[in-house]
Each structure stands twice: as structure tokens, then as C-alpha cells.
Ligand binder design. Structure first.
Ligand code: SF4
Ligand code: SF4
Length: 282
């Protein structure tokens, strides 16, 4: 089962929920941090890292000795990532989506592929939880291929919890697509509600069952609850605005380490997700 923990906006407590649920379930869980632009689950989980791999994406390399400047590579590239300029062919690696089209159409076989570094994959573990994160190279804009590389390491024999990037753009959709269940984390504020609506819209398009965690549930107003009611969104957990929780977060501690009574609540959250998933897929 893949549970994607997402939120319409950053700062709602998505990583707190993902890490604490993973650690509460313990062994047999895989936690994938797909928030590759700013992975921070490791700051709370404190895993022991034992492997780092570089992830690359193929981009074209031109052999100008073979090139006849026919322009076919530029014609096929909808991303304008390769152009014939004067007496040379210029690839723009940052714009390239690695589709291989230019290489396929080149009549002179003048194009080969080379790897462009996207970032790294890091693997580690803590208390039986297998942890994998992607870390995008500084200045790199193309995050979906790195997210795909993290997701490709999913172990189908385990419960996979995915910490998705915030928002509702391409990287988030990439992370939601393989999920069996999407857990949306929000807060009861006008911004929280606005971005929750966008995230719910995405889950509806993808046709994946979802449920809600309301963080800092005793601040703000009741509009998120009213919306959840209207949209038939089950509220699976409410986390109050609590000084001890806030202090644990600011120190980089896990809630379940500082307040062990929360372990049962996160386990109950997982059980509710499992029940809803079984119910909705039968
Ligand atoms: S691989 Fe695809 S996206 Fe990249 S330059 Fe060639 S045609 Fe364009
Ligand atoms: S398709 Fe091949 S031969 Fe034609 S311009 Fe591009 S690299 Fe040169």
C-alpha cells in the first residue's frame, strides 16, 4: 500500500505526519521523501544513512564532425532545447526533457546521450523504517525525474509512506499518481482551506481516495471542517496547537519520541487509512 502525504501548501505539518506515522508503525515501513527541492524528513527521523547515489538524466551531445546542420533535431524538439545556430548545434540541457526525439531523427547519427546530474538519492534506516530521500542539485529545476527515481525504489512488500512536495504542481502530481491513498494535511485557516480545495481537486482528477489531518486544529475557524463535511472528506486525525509539540518540532524531535502517547494516535490514523482503502477498493 502506498500512502502519499500531501498538502496544498507548505508549513501545514505534512512531514510531521509522514515521519511520525512511519515511526509509529515501525518495521515493514518505507518512508520516501519526495520533497526533493527541500527534503526535511531526515531532520526529524534522524536515520543512519548508508548509501548515496548520483541520479542523472540523459541529454543530447552533438558530434559536429558528423552533423550536416539539417535542423531536424531542432524541428522535433517542442521544448526548444536544441537549436541550430549558424554553423553549430546548441543543446540547452536545462530545458531538455530527455525524450530522445532528437537522437532518433538525426539522419547522421550525430547525437549521442550523456548524463546530466539532477541530484542524489540517499538511503538509510531507523528502528526498522527504511528511509529514502531525493535531494535536487542546487539550481536544478527539473524535479520530476528525481522524484520518479525515488519512487522507483518502492518495495512492494512494505507499507510505503511518501512525503510529497507541497502545492499542486507537476512534482506533487508525480508523487500522488502511484498512491493508493492520499492523506491531505491542512490547517483551519483561510489559506489552509484555499490550498486544501486545490489539493482535493487534484485527488478527484486522479480518482484516488483521500482523507484529512487537521493540524493546529484548535486555531482558526471551522470552515475546513464544514468543507470536509460538504465534500465527504473523512477527518482522520486532529493535532491541536500544543506548546510541547511546537517545541519538539523546533528542536527537530519526533512527537512520538517526546510524547509517546501519540504513537497510538498515529497507529490509529494508519488503521483508519487501511480501513478506508479496503472499503473504497472493494
Ligand atoms: S531529448 Fe527530447 S527534449 Fe531533449 S533536446 Fe532532444 S528532443 Fe529536445
Ligand atoms: S539532426 Fe543531426 S545532422 Fe541534423 S542538425 Fe541535428 S545533429 Fe545535425
Amino acid at each position: 500500500m502506498i500512502i502519499s502525504v500531501a498538502s496544498g501548501k507548505g508549513g501545514t505539518g505534512k512531514t510531521t505526519v509522514a515521519t511520525n506515522m512511519a515511526l509509529s508503525i515501525g518495521s515493514g515501513v518505507q518512508l520516501l521523501d519526495c520533497d526533493v527541492e527541500q527534503p526535511n524528513a531526515h531532520l526529524f527521523l534522524h536515520p543512519v544513512f548508508d548509501r548515496t547515489e548520483t541520479v542523472t538524466t540523459p541529454v543530447p551531445e552533438i558530434d559536429m564532425d558528423k552533423c550536416t546542420l539539417c535542423g531536424k533535431c531542432g524541428d522535433i524538439c517542442v521544448f526548444k532545447a536544441i537549436v541550430v545556430v549558424g554553423e553549430t548545434v546548441l543543446p540547452f540541457e536545462e530545458l531538455c526533457h530527455s525524450c530522445g526525439g532528437c537522437m532518433a531523427v538525426c539522419p547522421e547519427k550525430a547525437i549521442t546521450e550523456k548524463g546530466r546530474e539532477l541530484g542524489v538519492l540517499q538511503k538509510g534506516h531507523r528502528n526498522g523504517v527504511e528511509f529514502i530521500q531525493g535531494k535536487l542539485r542546487m539550481g536544478e529545476a527539473m524535479s520530476p525525474p528525481l522524484i520518479k527515481a525515488v519512487l522507483a525504489l518502492r518495495d512492494p512488500t512494505k507499507i510505503t509512506i511518501v512525503d510529497a512536495p507541497p502545492g499542486t504542481s507537476c512534482p506533487v502530481i508525480e508523487t500522488m499518481k502511484p498512491a493508493d491513498f492520499i492523506l491531505l494535511v491542512t490547517e483551519p485557516t483561510p489559506f489552509g482551506l484555499n490550498d486544501l480545495k486545490l489539493a482535493v481537486g487534484a485527488t478527484r482528477i486522479l480518482n484516488i481516495p483521500c482523507g484529512l489531518v487537521i493540524n493546529r486544529s484548535d486555531i482558526g475557524d471551522d470552515k475546513v471542517k464544514k468543507y470536509a463535511n460538504l465534500e465527504n472528506l473523512p477527518i482522520l486525525l486532529e493535532i491541536p496547537f500544543d506548546r510541547q509539540i511546537a517545541e519538539a518540532y523546533s528542536r527537530g524531535d519526533m512527537i512520538v519520541d517526546v510524547m509517546p502517547e501519540w504513537k497510538a494516535k498515529f497507529l490509529e490514523l494508519y488503521e483508519k487509512i487501511k480501513d478506508l482503502y479496503v472499503e473504497q477498493s472493494s
